[in-house]
Design a protein around this ligand. Structure first.
Ligand code: NAD
Length: 373
């Protein structure tokens, strides 16, 4: 069983899908692994480190993929890359199918079995495979650090010979996996922290990491433990409850998301204009349209008193460990489908079924199939 590890090509992507130590564990499942030459370098894993772990490298992508049974990647590969894969082989990668119709058709037509990492069900049994969570946790940790770089203030209270500096106020909006890590990090750095979400259970979670919960009185729990979109009346209520907290913040981190929808708008232009001079907003919703009015994905801009930061790939900023966690997520997934050196997915298993996007010449995910075909 040959497993190929692709070198990522997206401009801001430093991660690699498999790191040497985890590759060694996969080899014990009865597989031989080959890395596309230089594939781990940007994430601090040199070719020499792979070689030491018994992983060979290959510069020619056609040779790498032509006889590979399983191909591992982080970002959706190009259609050209997919065309080099052999029919019946398995691709494990983030795909984001709705934004990649041509890729999905190429996977279907090439008879590739695709495990789309973003489709891993968010259930207890699949937690160890949940790459959305592992990457969001690191992104959330990094967001306050990124915010700090653009502030002209420190986060903690500090007593100096010439007087005391007050602690900064940090507001995190959206308390999923990323938001809670952002709150925990800002709290550890000494900020006075507030958190807000539309799922009431996040109150206790925010308090458990040392933050105060801003209760807007709106409960928007939706299906599957996710939030639903707010009604216009709820939006007005939330806006009124939050405006003062937004105005007082030195740093705001927004992470709100509703599955399948544009990022919900949490800060409008008037609220932004009412913020303190020198304050910073890190908008983690940037790739999905932004939680803040005016956010530009991939850019850092000044809007009135505020520096508005729109990061598009925070996990890549922590590529060494983001790759480590992603590689472990993949290991836990492959362990379910590789037995005695043979690929034998059980498509009746809930996790495998939920994660499979294409198989045997068909799009097997109904929602994506309807969207694309
Ligand atoms: P996400 O990235 O989809 O959304 C981030 C947060 O934004 C969520 O907490 C959501 O409630 C919030 N949000 C949406 N609209 C909002 C609005 N208008 N204002 C403020 N906040 C808003 O979330 P996620 O981190 O992927 O996690 C979503 C859920 O899935 C959580 O309940 C989490 O506990 C759960 N989860 C379960 C598992 C598991 O069991 N394996 C793993 C990860 C996450």
């Amino acid at each position: 069983l040959k497993i190929a590890i692709l070198k990522e090509t997206a401009a801001d992507e430093r991660r690699v899908a498999m790191i040497p130590s985890v590759a060694q564990r996969i080899a014990k499942l009865g597989a031989s692994l080959v890395l596309e030459q230089g594939g781990g370098a940007a994430a601090t894993y040199t070719d020499a480190a792979y070689t030491q772990a018994g992983i060979t490298t290959e510069a020619d992508q056609q040779k790498l993929l032509g006889d590979a049974d399983i191909v591992l990647a982080v970002q959706p590969p190009s259609v050209d890359t997919v065309k080099k894969m052999k029919p019946g082989s398995l691709l494990v990668s983030f795909i984001y199918a709705k934004t990649q119709p041509d890729l999905v058709k190429a996977l279907r037509d090439g008879k590739i079995t695709t495990f789309a990492m973003e489709l891993i069900p968010r259930i207890s049994r699949a937690q160890a495979m949940d790459a959305l969570s592992s990457q969001a946790a690191l992104a959330g940790y990094y967001a306050p650090l990124l915010g700090c770089v653009h502030m002209q203030k420190i986060l903690p209270m500090m007593t100096t010979a010439v007087g005391s500096l007050r602690a900064a106020r940090v507001l995190v909006m959206g308390l999923g996996v990323a938001g809670l890590q952002a709150l925990a990090t800002a709290h550890r750095l000494g900020a006075v922290c507030e958190g807000y979400d539309v799922r009431p259970e996040t109150k206790e979670e925010a308090e458990s990491v040392g933050a105060r919960f801003v209760d807007t009185g709106v409960d928007a729990r939706g299906a599957g433990g996710y939030a639903r979109e707010l009604t216009p009346e709820e939006k007005t209520k939330v806006r009124a409850a939050l405006s003062q907290h937004i105005a007082q913040a030195d740093l705001i981190i927004t992470t709100a998301a509703v599955p399948g929808k544009h990022a919900p708008r949490l800060i409008d232009a008037d609220q932004l204009a009412a913020m303190k001079e020198g304050s910073v907003v890190v908008d983690m919703g940037a790739p999905n349209g932004g939680n803040c009015e005016g956010t530009k994905a991939g850019e850092i801009i000044k809007v009135g008193p505020v520096t508005l930061v729109g990061p598009t790939n925070l996990p890549s900023c922590l590529a060494a460990q983001a790759s480590e966690l992603y590689a472990k997520n993949i290991y836990n997934l492959l362990e379910q489908v590789v037995h005695d050196g043979t690929l034998k997915p059980d498509f009746t298993d809930d996790v495998i079924k939920g994660t499979t996007l294409t198989h045997d010449g068909a799009i097997t995910n109904d929602a994506i199939k309807q969207f694309i075909e």
